[in-house]
Design a protein around this ligand. Structure first.
Ligand code: ATP
Length: 430
């Protein structure tokens, strides 16, 4: 059964437990900007680390890079962003609110019924100035996607890595879009992070790699514990296709506010490398030793949002039971892996629990808590998504075993303190 007012509850839990705060809150906040607190930053890092591990470390065919956010402004002319990275905008003449024209029905303001201005195209790139003079010649853009940093470095990565087609380049980093209607908590914001991978393939092999990557990417979300029934592919219709793509799929998630894009997988053909070759005068081609000729590779892109993945994970994990709220986060991404509790604050139990904490800390992010009733301490961790609770009790003082409690089932087993590292590792990887 769907949980009522899930988004409101989640926003409040995120604030209360230190996942996500409104940016500059003491000044009244700033629209669509969010800060990640102690638990939020861990969750975000874990998502990025897992993506990097699977997309780069476990794959001999993919290299990583970290390009700068500010790039030569010609990059955005070649890529087509200056000309066509726009949204259709309308204003209400009466209440002055702004809307994306393709998101409203009819020709009246959806808020007050007022008259709307004609549609005009609004470029989503943030502009700023490089250096002390604010003039047209010094305009630079905050990148609206990380992908271009990969295309312009194609040869820089190809040469030292000596990769052969097909191979990929991956990057995680911030991107900025001056969205007309940021909304739904962290779903659509003006500053966000992307995890993008560009896979360079032989021209006639793009379709087959598109199919490969769409399945691969879907399986990542499932491996993070996201429920299969809340995920689906959405093939782009010809009208939905972006200017650079021949064929594309979105991976969508069933949010409380509808089915929405989580990741885009695009067959970009040779569009990007051809455009950059043309505009820069440097031929971004590949020498095929088999056929002994030079050609421009095709690109299959997987483009995911870090923040959107984080929101998806939280929405999917949130659950309510009569006695508790529980975030059923996959142990791989959970901010805190285990919490350690002395049952009572005497009889040497806190000292023993501190010893176990010291033992585990080099391996996992750990939380120690000795205050309040044990049931209450468990529930606080359930709400933070901590998968394991370790309790030191009177038996521990005799035989050096502890109880290991599992968050979802609340099942408890006795484990030797010395076996905790192996046992927790095994369960995280299971
Ligand atoms: P939308 O149609 O929702 O604006 P898009 O099709 O423009 O998205 P892409 O350019 O394909 O999105 O971006 C790839 C991914 O980057 C998205 O799937 C999403 O996860 C993330 N992303 C894009 N824009 C935003 C944003 N404003 N806020 C948060 N994440 C974003």
């Amino acid at each position: 059964m769907p949980i009522e007012n899930l988004m409101e509850k989640l926003v409040s839990l995120c604030k209360r437990r230190g996942f996500i705060f409104q940016s500059s809150e003491i000044y009244g906040g700033i629209n669509s900007c969010w800060d990640y607190g102690p638990l939020g930053v861990e969750l975000k890092r874990n998502i990025k680390q897992d993506w990097w591990r699977r997309m780069v470390h476990l794959r001999p065919d993919i290299e990583g890079i970290d390009a700068s956010i500010l790039m030569h402004p010609d990059v955005w002319r070649s890529s087509g962003h200056v000309e066509s990275f726009t949204d259709p905008l309308v204003d209400c003449k009466n209440c002055k609110q702004r809307f994306k024209a393709d998101e409203i029905d009819g020709d009246k303001c959806p808020v007050c019924g007022g008259e709307l201005t004609p549609v005009r195209q609004f470029n989503l790139m943030f502009k700023t100035f490089m250096g002390p003079v604010e003039e047209e010649a010094s305009v630079v853009y905050l990148r609206p996607e990380t992908a271009q940093g990969i295309y312009v470095n194609f040869l820089n990565v190809l040469n030292p890595s000596r990769q052969k087609l097909p191979f990929g380049i991956a990057q995680i980093g911030k991107a900025f879009r001056n969205e007309i209607t940021p909304s739904n908590f962290i779903f659509r914001t003006r500053e966000f992070e992307q995890m993008e991978m560009q896979y360079f393939v032989k021209p006639q092999e793009d379709e087959e790699w598109l199919e490969y990557w769409k399945e691969k990417r879907m399986s990542w979300y499932i491996s993070l514990g996201i429920k299969k029934e809340n995920l689906r592919f959405h093939p782009h219709t010809p009208e939905e296709l972006p200017h650079y793509a021949r064929k594309a799929y979105d991976i969508q998630y069933h949010f409380p506010f509808g089915w929405k894009e989580l990741e885009g997988i695009h067959d970009r053909t040779d569009y990007d490398l051809s455009r950059h070759s043309e505009y820069s005068g440097k031929r971004l081609s590949y020498y095929d030793e088999g056929t002994k000729n030079h050609y421009i590779p095709y690109i299959v892109e997987t483009s995911a949002g870090v923040n959107r993945t984080l929101l998806t994970i939280l929405v999917d994990a949130y659950d309510e039971e009569p006695e508790r709220v529980v975030l059923r986060l996959h142990p791989r991404v959970a901010p805190i892996k285990a919490a350690i509790f002395p049952l009572v604050k005497r009889d040497g139990m806190p000292e023993k629990a501190r010893k176990i904490e010291e033992l585990l800390r080099p391996h996992f992010n750990i939380f120690y808590d000795e205050s309040g009733a044990i049931g209450r301490r468990y529930r606080r961790q359930d709400e933070a998504g901590t998968p394991f609770g370790i309790t030191v009790d009177s038996q521990t003082m005799e035989d050096d075993t502890v109880t290991l409690r599992e968050r979802d089932s609340m099942g408890q087993v006795r484990v030797k303190a010395d076996d905790l590292i192996t046992e927790i590792k095994r369960r995280i990887e299971a």
